[in-house]
Structures are given as structure tokens and as C-alpha cells.
Design a protein around this ligand. Structure first.
Ligand code: HEM
Ligand code: HEM
Length: 148
């Protein structure tokens, strides 16, 4: 199979890993925050898995950016004229980058905190914002959130 469709399928399928680990991390951190619970090794792991999946998705997306026929970064005048080209060249990348940055910042801020509830709260807020942006970005694409 050619590398474009292989990467597109990998990036398309990997979204479920990102969304699933993100939702789990969010639910566990909200439970820890509201329930005043200790920050466990389980919390640390799921928060890290969500970060790593987001970074892997970023790497796949970055490579796709250079080979996708729907990305026309070299000619914005053409990209802006079509909704689909503009979406994949500008909106998708910008929104997803912001989401991944929020996950990365939330993770490292939480890591540096000592207090358990503060650690949970930081992950809960940053990861939830990121999740909302990811869902909004996929909804804007006109492609289904689940399935192709
Ligand atoms: C959490 C992060 C991300 C998620 C959940 C995500 C999700 C998706 C989804 C669902 C598609 C559609 C795939 C399909 O129709 O089968 C897609 C396509 C694409 N994404 Fe992402 N993406 C993310 C981050 C990024 C980033 C950071 C970049 C660029 C640096 C990027 C670049 C692209 C490109 C170029 C396409 C292909 C458009 C095409 O040729 O059909 N993505 N992404
Ligand atoms: C071009 C691609 C990538 C960029 C630009 C990037 C960027 C970053 C940045 C800025 C941090 C720092 C977070 C902090 O200060 O705590 C970080 C941490 C990390 N990234 Fe990435 N990353 C990329 C790809 C990946 C990939 C492919 C993986 C996994 C296979 C990965 C796994 C990690 C891990 C494990 C951490 C450390 C988390 C911790 O603090 O314990 N990253 N990355």
C-alpha cells in the first residue's frame, strides 16, 4: 500500500487511542479532584499514556501534512479558496496543535505540583479543554468522529 493511505489509516485509527486514553485520564482526574483522592501510580500512568498517544498522533499528522493532497501549505491562495483544502491546511492542524500543547502543558504542570488534588485538578482542566478542541476540530472536518 502506498505510504499516504497507510499513514492516513494509522492517523485515522490512532484517534481512538488518543480519545480513549484522554477520556480515561479525565474521568480519573475528576474523580481524584472532587473525591480528594491521592495521586496514584495508576493516575500517573494513564496521564502519561494520554500524553504519549497525543505526541504519536502529532508525529503521524506532521508527516501526513507533507504528503496529503488536501494540504496546500505552499499556496495559501489556492488553499483558502476551498473549504476542504483550507480545513486540512489550516484549521485541523492549528486546533490539534493547540490541543496537544494543552495536554503537554497540563501534564508537565501537574508533574511539578506536589499536592494530589492540585495534580488531579490540573490534568482535569487541561485535558478536558484539549478534548473539547479535538472533538470540535473533528466535527468541523465534516468527516465522522467515529468511523471513516
Ligand atoms: C489529537 C490530535 C489529532 C487528531 C485526533 C486527529 C484526527 C484526524 C482525523 C480523524 C483525520 C481524518 C482521517 C480520516 O478521514 O480517515 C485526520 C486527518 C489528517 N490530520 Fe489529523 N489529527 C490530530 C492531529 C493532527 C496534527 C497535529 C496534524 C498536523 C501537524 C494533523 C494533520 C492531518 C492531516 C494532514 C490529515 C489528512 C487529510 C487527508 O489527506 O485526508 N493531524 N486527523
Ligand atoms: C515531533 C514530535 C514530538 C514533539 C515536538 C514532542 C514534544 C515534546 C515536548 C515539548 C515535551 C516536554 C513536556 C514536558 O516538559 O514535560 C515532550 C515530552 C514527552 N514526549 Fe514528546 N514530542 C514528540 C513526539 C513524541 C513521540 C513520538 C513520543 C512517544 C513515542 C513522545 C513521548 C513523550 C514523552 C514520554 C514525554 C515525557 C513525559 C514526561 O514528562 O514524563 N513524544 N514531548
Amino acid at each position: 500500500m502506498e505510504s499516504y493511505s497507510l499513514l492516513l489509516q494509522a492517523h485515522s485509527g490512532w484517534r481512538y487511542v488518543v480519545m480513549l486514553t484522554l477520556v480515561l485520564a479525565i474521568l480519573m482526574s475528576i474523580a481524584g479532584w472532587l473525591g480528594n483522592k491521592p495521586y496514584t501510580p495508576g493516575n500517573r500512568k494513564i496521564n502519561l499514556f494520554a500524553l504519549i498517544s497525543a505526541h504519536i498522533q502529532f508525529l503521524l499528522g506532521l508527516i501526513l501534512y507533507f504528503i496529503s493532497p488536501l494540504v496546500k501549505a505552499g499556496d495559501m491562495a489556492i488553499a483558502m479558496k476551498s473549504d476542504a483544502l483550507r480545513y486540512w491546511t489550516v484549521e485541523h492542524t492549528t486546533m490539534m496543535l493547540i490541543a496537544i500543547a494543552l495536554i503537554t502543558i497540563g501534564h508537565s504542570k501537574s508533574k511539578r505540583l506536589i499536592d494530589s488534588v492540585a495534580k488531579h485538578r490540573t490534568v482535569a482542566i487541561f485535558y478536558t479543554l484539549a478534548f473539547i478542541i479535538i472533538i470540535a476540530a473533528i466535527a468541523l472536518s465534516g468527516r465522522p468522529i467515529i468511523g471513516r
